[in-house]
Design a protein around this ligand. Structure first.
Ligand SMILES: [Mg+2]
Length: 283
């Protein structure tokens, strides 16, 4: 269970990639995608892979999905093209891992591969581990979106704050630490702490009322994790992140405190968010 240094009445959970930090595009375009082409030897179909991977990871409702799930989705998507069925590996063994109930972390995948040792699974492990290494090298001193610091500081005055993320904890500590944001963060929950749904559930076990707990995220999976715990959700709209953070600080936090967040306010935010995400399709 999560333990907060000082238990407060309110809770604010914040996702990291693509939400507090503008790192989604960078990580996918410069690391995950080229590394997959390398590790899975997709050089001859790199354009096709790139296009599918950008759509799956950045510009659709699967934005922000766990890396293993997203990779399996990409391979499935490519195999819909008949000319590629024989060329692209069948992701069934990856799906089996995703559905195994194991934490979807790099370490857990490495352990799983010991008993499910195939060429594909070894390549996927190489992709995941190499991506972690390259991200640690590439994504350094990355500033948070404007407004994140101020929002966190305001929120921390009355709420317990927690990073809720599928990124490895060590990477979170490095990124948030380098940006000097950790003073207003009570708990860091990363990949090792389970899914975001699980992370939020363990925060909720400490006793927050559902209408006094808010998750802030940029991905439909963040919304689903909040919903599964019955708590509130504030969407950071991809492409309009700074406005979203301003809105959260100026209006969202006050509504959280006053019990006026759920209902028409949250519904309006969600409508605008999903419209923006769906609008990216085919772009
Ligand atoms: Mg995110």
């Amino acid at each position: 269970m999560v333990r907060f240094p000082e238990q407060k009445d309110y809770f604010v959970g914040v996702d990291s990639d693509g939400c507090a930090f503008d790192t989604m595009e960078l990580k996918h375009r410069q690391v995950f995608i080229p590394q997959a082409i390398e590790s899975l030897d997709l050089h001859d179909i790199d354009d096709e892979y790139r296009k599918v991977a950008e759509s799956v990871n950045l510009y659709s409702r699967s934005r922000g999905a766990n890396r293993f799930e997203a990779l399996a989705l990409c391979l499935d998507r490519l195999r819909l093209n008949r000319s590629l069925v024989k060329r692209v590996p069948d992701p069934d063994p990856i799906w089996a891992f995703v559905r195994s109930g194991q934490p979807l972390s790099n370490d857990s995948f490495a352990e799983y591969v010991e008993t499910h040792d195939t060429d594909l699974m070894r390549r996927v492990l190489h992709w995941s581990s190499e991506s972690n290494r390259r991200i640690a090298e590439t994504v350094v001193d990355n500033p948070p979106f404007s407004g994140v610091r101020e929002m966190l500081s305001d929120a921390h005055d009355f709420a317990n704050t927690m990073i809720v993320s599928a990124t490895p904890g060590a990477a979170l500590r490095q990124e948030w630490g380098a940006a000097q944001l950790l003073a207003d963060v009570d708990v860091i929950a990363g990949q090792e702490a389970g899914s975001k749904k699980t992370q939020l559930a363990s925060a909720m076990e400490t006793g927050f009322e559902t209408d006094k707990a808010l998750m802030v995220g940029d991905a439909p999976g963040d919304h689903a994790a909040a919903d599964a715990n019955g708590i509130l959700f504030f969407p950071i709209v991809p492409g309009h992140e700074v406005n979203s953070w301003l809105e959260l600080r100026a209006e969202g936090l006050a509504r959280l405190r006053e019990g006026r967040f759920r209902g028409s306010y949250q519904d309006g935010l969600l409508q605008a968010y999903y419209d923006a995400l769906d609008g990216h399709r085919g772009a």
